[in-house]
Design a protein around this ligand. Structure first.
Ligand code: SF4
Ligand code: SF4
Length: 375
């Protein structure tokens, strides 16, 4: 624990050092929300550093613009300093705290091992029902013949509520540390719009951010959108199916042209295109942009998203065959692993980022306490 404290303080001190230089320079003021937020303070330690780190989304633009970037002796590398601290944010505010550290250190292994273990257990459970769930004609895509509806609701209810609770505790801790007093009219709406449109991935000029070099590209924004809206469509499919089941008495399996299946299929396709693109970009990023210790966690999250979408589409393709129970078990294992690890990695950044954007929108509606620069 003492080692974690020392690492967190060192990462905060580096953000503080670099922001002191940026605050004197201010060349990047128009790039993203980090720099206008910076002009409102004179020191950047503790909670302020975590706030700025989560306003940054690692677009890389300020590194390519910076005259003090390595090999200059000032060694200003804002994307990396922010990325190093963001990883610590996930761990510092995570609940339970130990899981944040476990996932940070072994992200890819933890993600894949959790999915494999759960899938194996669930496949065994389908085999433990001899005579049931193996006859394609009798199954006819009926998942509840393999796992009863009540069993699925209990399993996923527990996992979903765990993820929601852990994320809520983490974000509440974060907000208490950084949060401004009170709110301002319109701040929440603008922060939500900024988050949903990934506004600051446009580089501040609409042409996009940087990946492997100083050319601007909108690829990262596009692949993030495929991922986010793919995830939301899959979530919407589950919600619609729940309404069908409980409110309308319509029970699965649903026809291929039904709303839950169409939403789930479109979401699954988005969740293949987005993560494949992000994985491709992850390995092409300029090495100075990234924090190498963060890669296993990023790749672990992307791998779980891909495993979830690919097994979901496979389940759709084989749902009327005798392979359906096995695909169902594998898919459910991946979904459960995804939700169990959501609060401790890359996904948590989305929640912390929305909180940081909200603070930013509240602050910029108030007078600048430093009053030496315009927002
Ligand atoms: S990143 Fe470099 S160029 Fe940009 S504000 Fe900081 S010191 Fe100036
Ligand atoms: S990397 Fe991009 S988002 Fe992060 S501080 Fe620099 S310009 Fe802003």
């Amino acid at each position: 624990m003492q080692q974690l404290e020392a690492l967190v303080r060192a990462a905060e001190a580096e953000v503080d050092r670099q922001m002191q230089i940026c605050n004197a320079c201010r060349y990047c003021e128009g790039f993203c929300a980090v720099f206008p937020a910076m002009t409102r303070r004179l020191s950047f330690d503790g909670a302020d550093a975590h706030y700025l780190a989560n306003l940054c989304h690692n677009c890389g633009a300020c590194l390519h613009a910076c005259q003090y970037a390595p090999p200059h002796e000032f060694a200003v590398n804002v994307p990396r300093a922010m990325a190093q601290l963001r990883v610590k944010t996930y761990e510092e505010f995570a609940w339970p705290r130990g899981l944040g550290g476990l996932y940070r250190r072994n992200g890819l292994f933890v993600a894949l091992a959790t999915a494999a273990w759960l899938a194996f257990f669930l496949v065994l459970a389908t085999w433990g029902r001899p005579g049931e769930g193996r006859d394609a004609a009798s199954l006819a895509g009926n998942f509840y013949a393999v796992f009863p509806h009540g069993t699925l609701v209990t399993m996923f209810g527990v996992v979903f509520l765990w993820a929601l609770f852990a994320l809520a505790v983490g974000v509440t801790r974060f907000w208490r540390a950084i949060g401004p007093e009170g709110s301002e009219p319109g701040a929440a709406a603008e922060a939500t719009r900024d988050a949903l449109t990934l506004r600051y991935l446009d580089g501040g000029h609409g042409e996009g951010c940087n990946d492997e070099d100083d050319r601007f590209t909108l690829r990262r924004r596009v692949f993030h959108h495929f991922t986010f809206y793919g995830f939301m469509l899959c979530f919407a499919a589950t919600c619609v199916a729940t309404v069908y089941h409980y409110a309308m008495g319509l029970h699965a399996p649903y026809p291929l042209a039904s709303l839950p299946v169409v939403l789930g299929t479109l979401g699954g396709i988005g969740l293949v295109i987005g993560p494949v693109g992000l994985l491709w970009l992850n390995f092409r990023r300029h090495p100075l942009h990234t924090e190498p210790s963060q890669r296993p966690m990023d790749v672990g999250f992307i791998a779980l998203l891909l495993a979830t979408s690919i097994t979901g589409l496979a389940l759709l393709g084989w749902r009327d065959t005798s392979a359906m129970p096995t695909w169902l078990a594998i898919h459910l294992g991946c979904v459960m692993a995804l939700f169990l690890t959501l609060p401790y990695g890359k996904f948590a950044h989305a929640a912390y980022r929305v909180a940081a954007l909200l603070k930013y929108q509240v602050e910029r509606r108030r007078r600048n306490p430093v009053a030496v620069a315009a927002d």
